[in-house]
Design a protein. Structure first.
Length: 196
C-alpha cells in the first residue's frame, strides 16, 4: 500500500498491474509467470516481489482498486430514492467506471479467462457487487419482464465492452451507445413494471 511519502511506489504498483493485466489478456492467466511480468517491466523478479508475492496478489489488487468506485456508487445509490432517475444515474456512473482503461481490460480478461479465475479470490467480491447493483436497478414487485429488462440492462453494460471491440469508432461514442441501450431498457422496465 502506497503512502503519501512513496508516490513512486504507487506508480510502480500501477505499472505492474497494467503490465500483468496486459499479459494475462494476451496469453492467459495460467500461462503468465511472474518472471514474464518482471521481464516486460524490465525489472528483476525481486523488485516485483517487493510489491506482489504472487500473480493472484496482483489480480486481487487490480480488482480491489477497480471495485472501490463501485462500492462508492452502491453507497450513494442506497441513500437515494428508488426512482427511474436514480437507476439511470447508477447506470451512467457504472458505465464510466466500466469503460475506464483498467476496468475494461479487467472485464475483458475475466470474460476470456473464466475457467482460470473461477477458483481465485476475486470472483466472489465481483459477484456480490454485481448482485447489489442488480437489486438497485430492479423495481420490487415488478413484473417478470420488467425484472428481466433491468437485469439485461446490467448485462448490456458488460457485454457492450466485448461487443464493441470489433466495431470501428470512437471509444466514447461506443460507451454512449451501450449506455443508451441500458438506459432504455431500464426506462422500458419502469414503464411496464407492474403490467409486464
Amino acid at each position: 500500500m502506497a503512502t503519501p511519502h512513496h508516490p513512486r511506489r504507487n506508480d510502480t504498483r500501477r505499472r505492474i498491474q497494467d503490465v500483468a493485466l496486459e499479459l494475462f489478456a494476451e496469453q492467459g492467466y495460467e500461462k503468465t509467470s511472474l518472471r514474464e511480468i518482471a521481464e516486460r517491466l524490465d525489472v528483476t523478479k525481486a523488485a516485483l516481489y517487493y510489491h506482489f508475492k504472487t500473480k493472484e496478489d496482483i489480480l486481487v489488487s487490480i480488482v480491489d482498486d477497480l471495485v472501490r468506485p463501485v462500492d462508492e456508487l452502491i453507497v450513494w445509490a442506497e441513500s437515494q430514492p428508488h426512482t427511474l432517475a436514480t437507476k439511470q444515474e447508477v447506470l451512467r456512473r457504472y458505465s464510466e467506471a466500466l469503460w475506464s482503461g483498467s476496468a475494461s481490460a479487467l472485464f475483458r480478461f475475466l470474460q476470456e479467462n473464466q475457467a482460470s479465475v473461477r477458483d481465485l479470490a476475486i470472483g466472489e467480491p465481483i459477484k456480490v457487487r454485481l448482485g447489489r447493483l442488480g437489486e438497485l436497478i430492479k423495481t420490487p414487485g415488478a413484473s417478470m419482464s420488467a425484472q428481466v429488462r433491468c437485469m439485461t440492462a446490467l448485462v448490456t453494460m458488460h457485454a457492450g465492452i466485448f461487443a464493441m471491440q470489433g466495431i470501428e469508432g470512437d471509444p466514447e461514442e461506443k460507451r454512449a451507445a451501450v449506455l443508451e441501450v441500458a438506459l432504455d431498457l431500464v426506462a422500458q422496465a419502469e414503464s411496464g413494471a407492474l403490467t409486464g
